[in-house]
Design a protein around this ligand. Sequence first.
Ligand SMILES: Nc1nc2c(ncn2[C@@H]2O[C@H](COP(=O)(O)OP(=O)(O)OP(=O)(O)O)[C@@H](O)[C@H]2O)c(=O)[nH]1
Length: 325
Amino acid sequence: MFKTNQWVFSGKDSQISLQKWQKTVDLMTELFSAPAGFVVQATDAGYRIVVASEQRENPYKAGEVVPLDTNIFCKKVVQDNQALYVNHASKDDMWLDNPEVTQDGFESYLGLPIHWPDGEVFGTFCVMDFEQTDYQRNYLELIKQLRDMVEDDLALINSFVQMREIAMLDPLTHIYNRRALNLLAQQKLSLSGRLGFDVCCLFIDINDFKKLNDNYGHEIGDQALMTLAKTLKSHLRDADIIGRLGGDEFVALIQISDKRLISHVIDKIINAYQAELADKNLPTLTLSIGRSFSSSEKESFEALLDMADKDMYSVKQAFKLAKKP
Ligand SMILES: Nc1nc2c(ncn2[C@@H]2O[C@H](COP(=O)(O)OP(=O)(O)OP(=O)(O)O)[C@@H](O)[C@H]2O)c(=O)[nH]1
């Protein structure tokens, strides 16, 4: 799901066409003959101006963040989840400590809450004026229509993020599927070549997984798979890429500083998995983990995976031999 308590426009990978919202806000201020209009997002970090209309007299610019405890008009809209129209702010005691009134000289504010598709408040859509105003019903209807356009965009982004997740994640374990792994791992390898860090590919396979399914049922099997995904997620770093190839085969692509430390990482995964299984009262399972390392030459993820698979196979053979009486 889309993280609703995160800035939507941080970084270059923002998912909304800001240009479209900019045009909407500029159009609104033009129709209202107002000097300032905004789209503001509210999160735990404060009220952030996502879009500000471009008139010279508008004192606020996109990107500015107002702290949560400042008494601004948008705060009231978000708190009440309700439209707010103030047409003569300096006459109203409620705004005596509102810097938009006392410092900037705004007299009029009309704002509506913008919602995420699940109903949670995203922020506000608002227009402000230095003069008193007397907006009639059709103006209120107009701002509502424009706000609805912004809400439609948010719904679209939400669907897009959900669809992308469905396409990239393994439905059982919620880690990357084979397709996403191929894509992301190849990107990581290109980056490692350019930035000069080493990458290790781990091929992780549960031993005797079929027996677990046969003896305890498919549902316990599923739980063991989910537990392995959770173990990998919690014991590897955010920068590492973790995925499920299918069945009981998992892959981790790890950024490393020293190849000699990889045995330590493998032991950590094996021990942590056993501990997690025990914690959930699931039967004990062991893992066979094969490894391969990126070299300085240009390399495909496929080739790296193939090497790690072969290494896993010899680890598994050794495990099977050791088990034989
Ligand atoms: N519960 C569950 N089982 C699955 C899933 N996907 C594949 N399997 C089963 O996983 C088992 C994998 O069996 P094998 O490839 O023989 O692996 P193994 O039993 O671990 O054998 P070794 O790798 O040689 O130790 C098969 O019985 C599949 O039916 C799944 O999503 N959930």
